[in-house]
Design a protein around this ligand. Structure first.
Ligand code: NAD
Ligand code: MG
Length: 398
């Protein structure tokens, strides 16, 4: 690869689980990738260490006081990285003309605007931030189509499906001979637990995922199966699928990352160790393949692959998400916002585990009228749903 082919990368959310895995892959290929910008919310020490290793042109933090600290430390280290502050700076480093690839790895609704900015600017967008697509699916896909951006899913399931589909797969599944997408789910840490045991779980138990190491919000989502619900919505947008064309398959070993079933009876699957560096490396190098630092899959050690249906009675967040997608409009925005409030309250010991689903169901039961066809209405619905959720929380704790 020649020097001119070096790709410039912005990593949004570089200090998180996906962000650090992305930098791990990038560090293995200095001849291919150079960092343009790294961003974090409040983890200034971690961002400083990353800046010293990867020498980005720009670093972004959320608070001016943290940024001042980072500027001073970088000055002491003789490092000329510009430190910027706040949400608009995140959009700037996502759309900067010199950037080729944007890894969208901020967690939650906070990632929407910068992820969308990357899509609008026609970048290669590596999308980990599934909440952005849940909130603004139609708008996001339109932005990609309009700008000619390349959208590559990083969520392991969607990355697996992407690998199992024809290169050109727009226009609905049937058009390409696909009968169904099989979205695998580990089932989370409480897959075999009774409802009464699940009612007592603590945040640390919920965050101890059996197969994947992830940030705390997505870990709780995996434990409630809301993650699979958000992924179902994500898959509908990415692959032009209806919710009834997607089957959730609980597969506790997390070796098959998802599948596509074709009308001729073929089922194509993508397998690998549960390590996010595989989909990240796929997204970075597509359509080439590069070393991701991931151990080869040893099928003899795996020995067996199990499959079950999801128990939607014990894990009501999955059917709630399916219902939100069926309702359409602003319902997925409301679902996502209520879930973010509920998960945050659970992580802060203000809510029990089973209350997460109850809160989401409660907020979703008073629908917001309107279409999710412009950013203003999406952001309005997000805000209203957060207020509703906060109201429910207040009533419950009174
Ligand atoms: P994480 O909590 O480990 O990291 C989140 C990153 O976003 C951090 O760098 C943090 O500083 C930044 N951030 C958080 N709030 C912010 C805000 N308000 N403004 C700006 N930056 C903010 O999360 P993660 O596990 O890396 O997940 C990131 C995204 O990727 C999520 O949307 C998640 O659903 C998705 N995802 C993660 C995994 C995984 O294995 N971790 C797998 C699939 C999809
Ligand atoms: Mg996933």
């Amino acid at each position: 690869m020649t020097a001119s082919a070096i790709q410039r990368v912005t990593v949004l959310g570089s200090t998180g689980s996906i962000g650090t895995s992305t930098l791990d892959v990038i560090a293995r290929h200095p001849e291919r990738y150079q960092i343009h910008a790294l961003t974090a919310h409040t983890s200034k020490e971690a961002l400083l260490a990353q800046c010293i290793t990867f020498r980005p042109l720009v670093a972004v933090l959320d608070h001016e006081a943290d940024a001042r600290w980072l500027r001073a430390e970088l000055g002491r280290a003789n490092q000329p990285t510009d430190v910027m502050v706040g949400p608009e700076a995140l959009c700037d480093v996502a759309r900067d003309a010199s950037v080729d690839i944007v890894m969208a790895a901020i967690v939650g609704a906070a990632g929407l605007l910068p992820s969308l900015a990357a899509a609008e600017a026609g970048k290669r967008v590596l999308l980990a931030n599934k909440e952005a697509l849940v909130m603004s699916g139609a708008l996001f896909m339109q932005a990609v189509a309009r700008s000619g951006a390349t959208l590559l899913p990083i969520d392991s399931e969607h990355n697996a499906i992407y690998q199992c589909l024809p290169v050109e797969h727009r226009g609905g599944l049937a058009r390409h001979g696909i009968s169904q997408l099989l979205l695998t789910a580990s089932g989370g840490p409480f897959r075999t637990w009774s409802e009464s045991a699940i009612a007592q779980v603590t945040p640390d138990q919920a965050c101890a995922h059996p197969n994947w190491s992830m940030g705390r919000k997505i870990s709780v989502d995996s434990a409630t199966l809301m993650n699979k619900g958000l992924e179902l919505i994500e898959a509908c947008w990415l692959f032009d699928a209806r919710p009834d064309q997607i089957q959730v398959v609980v597969h506790p070993q997390s070796v098959i990352h998802s599948m596509a079933a074709y009308q001729d009876g073929s089922v194509l699957a993508q397998l690998g160790n549960p390590d996010m560096r595989t989909p990240i490396a796929y997204g970075l190098a597509w359509p080439e393949r590069i070393d991701a630092g991931v151990e080869a899959l040893d099928l003899f050690q795996v020995a067996r692959l199990d499959f079950e249906t999801a128990d939607e009675a014990r894990f009501p967040c999955l059917p709630l998400a399916r219902e939100a997608m069926r309702l359409g409009g602003l319902a997925p925005v409301v679902l996502n916002a209520a879930n973010e409030v509920a998960v945050d309250a659970f992580l802060n010991h203000r809510l029990g585990f089973l209350d997460i689903g109850r809160l989401v169901e409660g907020v979703l039961s008073s629908p917001l009228e309107g279409r999710a066809d412009c950013l203003d209405s999406i952001l309005w619905a997000d805000q209203r749903a957060r207020e509703h959720a906060a109201g429910w929380l207040k009533r419950w704790s009174a």
